[in-house]
Design a protein. Sequence first.
Length: 132
Amino acid sequence: MSDHSQISHAREREIIVRLFLGMIREVYSHRFKGQTGIHVGAQMEAIFITMAVMVGQFEHREMSAFKIAQYLAMPRRTVTRKLAWLVEQRQIIKTGHTYGLNPDRFPNSPAEAKFIRTLKSLIQKAAHELRS
């Protein structure tokens, strides 16, 4: 095993990496798990694109494939392909040249509330560890 003392801010990096991975696992489990042939690694682009659409919607900004590609520094072709798949999966909806969240996939339900509580708990735990 390598010596962590040679890595700058090793403890903080570990906490942040565990938070990031934990959140990605939760998002994957909640949104994509159970779909045949789809594993978390294969869906990272779709997860990031969905999050970019979410940010745009919450900030009242229309998000086109071009804007999403710019925002994520991803090839537009990749973004366009993944957006088509996300629309097909009903994760997001397309209106003209822009994309938004599919409200049917983000209902006010006990499962959604539990999902949000789980994410908040991961963030709060990491914040507490970083303050310690």
